[in-house]
Design a protein around this ligand. Structure first.
Ligand code: FES
Ligand SMILES: [Fe+2]
Length: 397
């Protein structure tokens, strides 16, 4: 389906719901024991089996804009270095120098001919090979082939760089994304301008993440921010294996009621949110702007760090563009930090209170239900059977 045909079909579905006062529904309600949110052992197992095992979208392709660029970050206490080598190939490594373990690149991003360790100036290329040693003649024999950086499995698709945090594992990114890749490709994430990045502390990963998966709360939680633009409790829901797309109707959808379809500018009346399992949300709220959120579990079940990437269709140049982009950035920061996560911290306190044995997910929260089913599926079965792996033998850890 072309992007235009799909917009039309989504706007049609949303308008039908608006007319009928309905929304996409799950088959039934679903109960979830609160232990799924609060049990620290379960949390550790989930971090190991999900976050340390699955391909995670750790960077946008546009964060590494050309050959010989790098981006360093810490994810779940793993120091990660993502590079783009001379040929433009994205790679990932553990950000640890092979001499005596110094952090090779400081958190952030950069570009230089070589990666030079700040401790004793060993030099690595962007493919992770040891290329030069300061004072090599006095150091003694070193086998450069055995002193390359430790690689992490990495693949670049759909404008995102996917990395597995466990060295020696492998993944088949095309099989993992399946037909979700076509939906992500439609977003052309590699064509946007990265306007701003920030990290927001938040409540536990499931509490935080649940808020990305439904519009049931929009009218009550976000009346002054994103709820101004979206119709509360109207969601289209489609799944792609573990991944999902939810679509909200914009308040302007109303205007289509009496317009022939040939005159619809369908895309402007809906908002698509793409949700990559387990922690990636790509959403647009206002016109030429897009928010890419990555929610990472913190050291305890009660905390997360969310990286918000604010994108604009192009670098804002005019005063009007600058204001619009700043307004979008501000609104998504406030909506998440002061509204979603403020509610989330309350939920977190409630979990500790022992008031509830379970949560109930409504039929109108199919995205929340699907997500928790996918978590359960990953935890219940051998994850190797769920994450497509290349058929060739992969090196053991
Ligand atoms: S630790 Fe990097 S050069 Fe010594
Ligand atoms: Fe929200």
């Amino acid at each position: 389906m072309s992007a235009d045909t799909e917009s039309l079909s989504l706007a049609r579905r949303a308008l039908t719901h608006l007319r009928d006062g309905t929304t996409d529904l799950a088959d039934g309600t679903m109960e979830q024991p609160v232990a799924a949110y609060a049990d620290p052992d379960r949390y550790r197992r989930e971090v190991d089996q999900i976050f340390r095992h699955l391909p995670l979208a750790l960077a946008l392709s546009i964060e590494l804009p050309g050959p010989n660029t790098w981006r360093a970050m810490t994810i779940l206490d793993v120091p990660v270095l993502i590079t783009r080598d001379e040929e433009g190939v994205a790679r990932a490594f553990i950000n640890v120098c092979t001499h005596r373990g110094a952090t090779l690149c400081q958190e952030g991003s950069g570009s230089s001919r070589r990666l030079v360790c700040p401790y004793h100036a060993w030099q690595f290329d962007y493919g992770g090979k040891l290329r030069a040693m300061y004072g090599a003649s006095s150091f003694g024999e070193v086998d450069a082939a055995k002193h390359g950086l430790t690689a992490l499995p990495c693949a670049e698709r759909c404008g995102l760089i996917w990395v597995c945090l466990s060295p020696g594992e492998a993944f088949d990114i095309d099989a993992w994304l399946g037909d979700f890749a076509a939906k992500l490709n439609d977003l052309r994430l590699d064509q946007w301008h990265l306007y701003e990045q920030r990290e927001l502390p938040g409540p536990g990963w499931k509490v935080a993440w649940d808020g990305y998966l439904e519009s049931y709360h929009h009218a009550s939680v976000h009346p002054q921010t994103v709820g101004k633009f979206t119709i509360g409790n109207l969601t289209l829901h489609d799944t792609y294996g573990p991944h999902q797309r939810i679509v909200f109707g914009r308040r302007t959808l109303e205007e289509l009621k009496d317009k022939p379809e040939a005159q619809w500018d369908a895309e402007t009346h809906i908002r698509r949110i793409h949700l990559g399992f387990p922690n990636l949300a790509i959403s647009g709220v206002l016109g030429d702007h897009c928010l890419v959120s990555q929610v990472f579990p913190g050291p305890t079940p009660e905390s997360t760090i969310t990286r918000q990437n604010v994108l604009s269709a192009r670098k804002p140049e005019t005063e009007e563009e600058k204001q619009a982009t700043a307004a979008f950035s501000d609104i998504v920061e406030r909506a998440v930090r002061d509204e979603d996560y403020a509610i989330g911290y309350g939920i977190q306190r409630g979990l500790k209170s022992g008031a509830l044995q379970h949560f109930t997910y409504g039929r109108n929260e199919p995205g929340v239900q699907h997500f928790h089913r996918m978590v359960a599926a990953h935890m219940a079965r051998d994850p190797d059977k769920l994450v497509p792996r290349p058929t060739a033998t992969t090196p053991s850890r």
